[in-house]
Design a protein around this ligand. Sequence first.
Ligand code: SF4
Length: 382
Amino acid sequence: MKAAEGYILKAFKDKDKVLKLTEKIRRLSEELGRTVRIMEFCGGHTHAIMKHGIDQLLDGVVRFVHGPGCPVCVMPMQRIDLAIELAKREDVILCSYGDLLRVPGSRRKSLLDVRAEGGDVRMVYSCLDTLKIARENPDKKVIFFAIGFETTTPQTAVLIKKAKEEGMRNLFVVSNHVITPAAIQHILNAPEIREIGKVEIDAFIGPGHVSVIIGTKPYHYFAEEFLKPVVIAGFEPLDVLKAVYLILKQLKEGRAEVENEYTRFVTYEGNVKAQRLVAEVFELRKTFEWRGLGIIPYSSLKIKKDYEEFDAEKVFDVSLPEPKEHPACICGKVIRGVAKPTDCKLFGNVCTPSNPLGSCMVSSEGACAAYYKYRRGIVFHR
Ligand code: SF4
């Protein structure tokens, strides 16, 4: 514990605040008389917790259950296979964000492998870069494979609107945008959590970036219906620690409310302009499959009829192989919070960030990648 404290104190920079807050958390924990289980939904929080040793600092006080808030990790195999099949076409330039290009599909092949075999696969930092690529390649069909939670959806909406304004005929989008509240509700309704009690969750640390867009409003349902405190938090170590303190305080006082620790960016209503933009271009899909969580109703967005000429799923006819996960990969369980990355036999030996066998090891927000980066030594010397 001492080593972890030393490390985290440096990371927080403000030693006094850390010590005071940690002490308050420990006191509350003693009063509660049990370890509190908190799911941090967002992969950004998982990394902050691992990087700064917050889990070690609060060992025995809090058990962090890592949630599914990493857009690359939750992408089901069929969608990766779809991207690969599209990228193999000679007349296609397939664009997406960096991490997605490394996720293995059913045949253990990734988009980067398709590129190595001659496919035109490009990494973009902003989806708007695909406008330029489409303008420069009028004889090619440029497809943007869009992924992300509510944070990145407004930018994809802007892309589609701009493509329409410019009358572009060679730019298309595959929408894989997913919705946070639907996933949280699904987790809370899962038998593993509600009935069997395998994964007990006392409270949630709500995602920071997503909540900048959607606000704190959608979380009130979870607090009221499922009696689980939700604290929206930023990504600095002190943010996470403060969120833990607020959660324990609620539990001690018998409250289940939504609190906003990230007030410097998150409001009750969220970014209404961005919400309107998304609503203009997208609508809810009836169902969408999430890796690890299965089919969740109304949990993702598809392109509206008014913009369907840009919807790659309507324009391209693709036959896909039967999806096949790596038999030993337990990403699904990691995403559901029923297993830790270190429970996987392949972790750190066969599966590494340079040779990822599952999506959780690919993304910088994935739990397996976080454990590999920050806990590998501990695992190996156990
Ligand atoms: Fe899958 Fe690799 Fe994580 Fe194991 S370590 S669950 S194989 S991503």
